[in-house]
Ligand binder design. Structure first.
Ligand SMILES: Nc1nc(=O)c2c([nH]1)NC[C@@H]1CN(c3ccc(C(=O)N[C@@H](CCC(=O)O)C(=O)O)cc3)C=[N+]21
Length: 289
């Protein structure tokens, strides 16, 4: 028995058609949702992701403003650009593509974005809101993972979820979302001895490490759900995730491919957050009665 593939492109198409209707509704009231994307430097992978984000905006009725800067851009100049976008009422979401060149402090940049426009959900305020259950933008990749898990129809409550990787952008926030869904969560990382001991007990495994073949067939339970967040480039130039897909799919129940799994869902959640930002702004502009 091979696993069912969880198709992130198909799920994205489905969700984006509803998002496009919301964007059109806002546009009809002169409030077209707008996302500003700032790219600093020439990292080729970042260029691909940013292009995908801009295209997704165009395809679904959002306005995108792409600002590209040389890698030598100073931190003060970047902070100035963010301040201008914060003050621009026609911009609803601001995304500064990571990673930034070494001379720029990413924390300072993230905290400079107005909370109402932080559609990445990377700020300390969003992180705190996520931890406490308060309203706030949730980070896009973890939200995309949750939607992919939900799409299997398998309940998370009482299930054991094992997350591999503890980044601020994926592992840590995803562990909190899984916890909120009443899963029992194990958060593993590079210093975890015997990773397989944990993953073999998991009903859900999420791999977010950035290293090919981190999760192999001997490390998974039959019937499990496997979500692959990794994006790695192989020697032949092809993309692969953190999971040994060909062999793991022979054991588990559900699995996401790379490409075509988490990547497109990250962008779908970015559209969702940007539209939500625009909807909140539109609601705030309504005359109160
Ligand atoms: N401020 C910020 N926000 C982010 O959301 C952010 C970021 N920085 N830095 C890098 C990561 C990575 N990320 C991806 C987005 C789309 C794909 C994507 O479209 N993937 C396609 C294929 C891409 C390809 O062909 O290379 C797929 O998996 O099917 C992948 C990765 C967003 N990130």
């Amino acid at each position: 028995m091979t696993a069912q593939r969880i198709d992130g492109n198909a799920l994205s198409r489905q969700l984006r058609s509803a998002l496009a209707r919301r964007a059109a509704q806002l546009a009809a009231h002169g409030q077209q949702p707008a996302l500003a994307v700032i790219l600093v430097g020439e990292d080729p992978a970042s260029a691909v992701y940013v292009r995908n984000k801009v295209r997704a905006c165009q395809d679904n009725g959002l306005r995108s403003i792409l600002e590209k800067y040389d890698a030598s851009l100073g931190e003060a100049a970047l902070l100035e650009r963010i301040a201008a976008l914060n003050a621009d009422p026609g911009v609803h979401g601001i995304l500064v593509q990571m990673p930034l060149p070494g001379h720029i402090d990413p924390h300072r940049v993230i905290e400079a974005i107005a909370p109402a426009k932080d559609v990445d959900g990377y700020s300390a305020l969003c992180a705190g809101a996520l931890m406490t259950g308060l309203e706030g933008f949730r980070p896009c990749t973890p939200c995309g993972c949750m939607k992919l898990i939900e799409s299997t129809g398998q309940p998370l409550a009482g299930r054991h979820a094992v997350v591999i990787g503890r980044s601020n952008t994926v592992g840590k926030p995803l562990a909190l979302l899984l916890l909120q869904a009443n899963a029992t969560v194990t958060l593993t990382h590079s210093a975890t001895p015997d990773l397989g001991h944990h993953t073999r007990q998991a009903d859900v495994v999420v791999a977010a490490v950035g290293r090919a073949n981190t999760l192999t067939a001997d490390m998974v339970k039959p019937g499990a759900i496997v979500i692959d967040v990794g994006i790695n480039r192989r020697a032949d130039g092809r993309l692969c995730g953190d999971v040994d897909f060909d062999r793991v799919q022979e054991v588990v129940g559900w699995i996401t491919p790379v490409p075509g799994g988490v990547g497109p869902m990250t962008i779908t959640m970015l559209l969702e957050n940007t539209i939500q930002a625009a909807e909140r702004r539109a609601a705030a502009l309504l005359p109160s009665s």
